[in-house]
Design a binder for this molecule. Structure first.
Ligand SMILES: Cc1cc2nc3c(=O)[nH]c(=O)nc-3n(C[C@H](O)[C@H](O)[C@H](O)COP(=O)(O)OP(=O)(O)OC[C@H]3O[C@@H](n4cnc5c(N)ncnc54)[C@H](O)[C@@H]3O)c2cc1C
Length: 343
């Protein structure tokens, strides 16, 4: 068992032989910024000052070669081979994370599997023990093969031991194949909570942007905000291809009666000004945001869903004056890299 010391916080924790450093840190209640836990998003990039590691699991694309030579490591796919000293990359102006519940395993019994659209499925499960989490966090399912898949909780923390997920069906997907076979009463294994997506209490107005299943963490956050009687102004841009792809409109309508200052802006990428319903906008979320927001510096932003969408909206908001540290993105990276697309 090796020991890890973090600089400059001085926090220390043990790390097991087959345990990546990030998972060990989270299990010991050490709060760090991170994202996908599969080596794709680079949010857990920090610097090895002393010790030996096996970081061969990290994709060669995740860290530029010069940074790797200077000691950059991704904690989620690095294993200790001796005691380690790691310098934590503290982003200028980023606020410290509040205490987060360390993840722990649960057995989940399937309650319901509902097709919401042609490719979005709602999965409801009951846990064998209650789970404490922050609205916006995610769970990780472990399949019998040992493969892990991440899905955000759609329900607010007040839902007790029942969890709801909104899952996109993916062609040839490992979890998708399992999902297609699930029936009420089946058992699944998951660990939760993970992630650093949650509504920061800054008092600043919020721009929330989600596409597809990216609505899940945002619905959890909106429901929780309504339960907390939050009066923070929230503009929610929800992107889908057509009206048939918009889900949870009933829930959003109900939330708009409970949230004090809430604007719901559906954006239909395949719509035209002539065809979209009166409350919706034609085009992608980026187009509506570009038209609506002149000065983004007043806001905090929460972006959930496809990484390309999060990056595009993030760049747009930065160009409109929003500092990067106030843009919180939950990028839904696939657990495995996509196969190369033939030309
Ligand atoms: C923090 C976090 C939270 C997430 N929350 C959710 C959520 O709430 N709902 C949700 O649906 N997904 C979510 N995801 C994404 C989800 O974990 C992955 O899409 C998952 O790998 C798909 O599982 P699968 O086993 O069916 O497909 P896989 O077996 O992982 O993939 C099969 C093939 O499809 C590709 N692929 C996988 N996902 C996608 C995709 N979304 N679009 C296009 N190609 C893809 C893969 O690269 C691979 O080539 C989240 C991801 C992260 C990192």
């Amino acid at each position: 068992m090796a020991r890890v010391t973090l600089v400059p916080t001085g926090e220390e924790f043990p790390v097991g032989e087959n345990e990546d450093i990030l998972t060990a840190a989270l299990h010991h209640g050490v709060n760090l910024q991170y994202g996908c836990r599969h080596g794709n998003c680079s949010s857990c990039k920090h610097w090895l000052l002393d010790g030996d590691v096996d970081d061969s699991a990290a994709s060669v694309y995740a860290i530029p070669r010069n940074e790797r030579e200077d000691g950059a490591i991704l904690l989620c796919c690095t294993y200790a081979e001796s005691d380690l000293v790691i310098e934590i990359d503290q982003h200028d102006g980023a606020e410290a994370l509040p205490p987060m519940t360390p993840p722990s395993p649960r057995r989940a019994t399937v309650l319901e599997v509902i097709s919401r659209t042609s490719n979005l499925v709602e999965l409801r499960v009951a846990l064998d023990a209650p789970l404490s989490f922050r609205a916006g966090q995610y769970a990780e399912f472990t399949l019998d093969t040992g493969e892990r898949r991440s899905y955000s909780l759609l329900n607010p923390p007040s839902s007790g031991s029942e969890l709801t997920f909104c899952i996109k069906r993916v062609q040839n997907g490992v979890f998708t194949a399992v999902l297609d076979q699930l029936e009420p009463g089946y058992h699944l294994h998951l660990e939760a909570p993970f992630g650093t997506m949650f509504l920061r209490e800054t008092g600043r107005p919020v721009i929330a942007v989600g596409t597809g299943s990216g609505i899940a963490p945002l619905l959890s956050m909106l429901s929780d905000a309504a339960e907390q009687n939050s009066d923070v102004p929230i503009r929610f841009y929800y992107g889908a291809r057509t009206t048939n792809d918009l889900v949870y409109l009933d829930k959003l309508a109900e939330l708009s009666t409970r949230l004090k200052d809430f604007q719901f802006i559906p954006c239909l990428s395949q719509g035209t000004p002539e065809t979209v319903p009166p409350n919706a906008r034609a085009g992608r979320v980026t187009r509506a945001i570009a038209e609506d927001i002149r000065d983004a510096s007043l806001y905090d932003a929460y972006l959930c869903g496809a990484p390309e969408m999060c990056d595009a909206v993030g760049r747009l908001l930065e160009a409109k004056g929003l500092p990067e540290v106030r843009i919180h993105a939950d990028k839904f990276y696939p657990a495995i890299e996509s196969a190369p697309v033939s030309a």
